[in-house]
Unconditional design. Structure first.
Ligand code: GLN
Length: 480
């Protein structure tokens, strides 16, 4: 093996374990050593866990059994992962990078964690994030921002920026994030990873700390399309603990030939940085050369996607965050009256961006404004969904750049919320429509003499993750 163990992909590490090129313990130690070395600078992890000796031994036993002709172990067996801090792991703190939940210890495993444990995966630690997953830079974490391993003076994206920084800096083999409006795909793009937001309801949300319940999905940040697919295949499925998970067979598989029709809404991407646009056009040209077809499409309602998202998402966030009242969970301040208890707890427990979203959300849901904002946004969401469904009559996937620019510098957008929200312009529609979407590395754009990764983004119809993996692999040159 020429690469250091911590730099392997899941499929490479699974092979190395079976070929006897390393043990589960050595793989864990390599990731943990890299994490200990780089975390003081990158702050990708809020906490690194002690080695779970029983889990390491059990994973090694399953691999040894396979080697000796016994039952095949899952590919994820013995693979160390970083887990975003809003996904519950029993016995560990899950803080969502908020002061509100700084001491909240999970009493059960999220369904995705249970599935990973059954597959024999290992957990290195809690990955940093924007507080309650609101943000695009990790600058809203109460534990300070994570840094981009390609240029530590820049953000790794957000809100799953810690997961992205950990995997991109090889402090984990891969990571889990959550995506409400782009929080897996945007950090994946900024750090050179593959990030998948599954179809709404494909993966159980049970045991993830809720942000926007009609938008949230858990998904992988990985070093290859094959790894993202492997994680998705492990995580997906109907779950009795999440009534919004899709029953098997809800979306019959679509038949695709070897080549896909790629819809390109060029009028919507005019404001993208020139070199990002060039990387996008070069990638499309490569795909065309490989036999895929480019189809011009129009998505006129897309210009409203961002304002629609920033009405619906705060509305749902304000509803979900109402539970942090100083009585049921987390931080509890006591004042002279019950109202004081609430005010003091929320004032101290929530950071400024969280408070801003709660204010926005309660405003758009208030009796005087619900028709003007929330209901109108829900109506526009239906139009967007119909527009995409129509577009998918003439194409199999829709392509955008994942973000208008490469990773930005700290402080560049944190004082101007609207400029931060503009980061999400290409990603939010997949959450609003519930459609699956992937970001795949498409080269680099140079800023201040540093080559920064940029990503290409594909959306597919509900349930058609297969199309995303196929086109993603065509971009990276993988054979799945
Ligand atoms: N950046 C978006 C926001 O701040 C997306 C967040 C997310 O996907 N969790 O809302």
């Amino acid at each position: 093996m020429t690469k250091p163990l911590n730099e392997l992909t899941i499929t490479e590490a699974a092979h190395a374990l079976r070929a006897g090129e390393c043990t589960v313990r050595e793989l864990w130690d390599a990731c943990m050593a890299a994490a200990k070395e780089r975390n003081p600078e990158l702050n990708a992890y809020i906490e690194l866990f002690d080695a779970d000796e029983a889990a390491i031994a059990a994973a090694q036993e399953r691999i040894d059994a396979e080697k000796n002709g016994g039952e095949a172990a899952p590919q994820l067996c013995g693979i160390p992962l970083a887990i975003k801090d809003n996904i519950l792991i029993k016995g560990h703190i899950a803080s969502a990078a908020s002061k509100m939940l700084a001491n909240y210890e999970a009493t059960y495993d999220a369904t995705v964690i249970q599935k990973l444990k059954e597959a024999g995966a290992l957990f290195l630690g809690r990955a940093n994030m924007d507080e309650f997953a609101m943000g695009s830079s990790t600058e809203h974490s109460t534990y300070g921002p994570s840094r981009n391993p390609h240029d530590p003076s820049r953000v790794p994206g957000g809100s799953s920026g810690g997961s992205a920084s950990a995997a991109a800096a090889h402090m984990a083999i891969a990571a889990l994030g959550t995506d409400t409006g782009g929080s897996i795909r945007q950090p994946a793009a900024h750090t050179g990873l593959v990030g998948l937001k599954p179809t709404y309801g494909a993966v159980s949300r049970a045991g993830s700390i809720a942000l926007g319940s009609s938008l949230d999905q858990i998904g992988p940040l990985a070093k290859s399309v094959a790894d993202a697919k492997l994680l998705f295949d492990t995580l997906k499925g109907r779950d009795s603990y999440d009534a919004t998970t899709n029953p098997d067979g809800l979306f019959p598989p679509r038949a695709h030939g070897a080549h896909l029709r790629i819809g390109v809404p060029r009028s919507f991407i005019e404001d993208v940085d020139a070199d990002v646009k060039q990387a996008f056009e070069d990638t499309l040209a490569r795909l065309k050369h490989a036999g895929h077809t480019l189809v011009d499409i129009e998505l006129p309602t897309s210009t409203y996607a961002l304002p629609v998202y920033y009405v619906i998402m705060p509305a749902e966030a304000s509803t979900n965050l109402a539970r942090y009242d100083g009585i049921r969970y987390g931080l509890a301040k006591r004042g002279a009256t019950l109202l004081d208890d609430y005010v003091e707890t929320k004032t101290e427990g929530f950071g400024p961006e969280t408070q801003r979203r709660i204010l926005l959300g309660t405003f758009v849901l208030s009796s005087g404004y619900i028709d003007a904002y929330y209901r109108k946004a829900e109506a526009a969401r239906d139009v967007l969904r119909a527009e995409y469904a129509k577009a998918f009559e003439s194409c199999d996937v829709i392509a955008f750049p994942t973000t208008p620019s490469p990773a930005f510098a700290f402080g560049e957008k944190s004082t101007d919320p609207v400029s931060m929200y503009l980061e999400d312009i290409f990603t939010v529609t997949a959450n609003l429509t519930g459609m699956p979407a992937i970001s795949v590395p498409m080269g680099t754009a140079e800023r201040d003499g540093v080559a920064l990764p940029v990503g290409i983004h594909f959306t597919a119809p509900h349930g058609d993750e297969a199309a995303l993996f196929k086109i993603g692999a065509a971009v990276t040159g993988e054979t799945l």
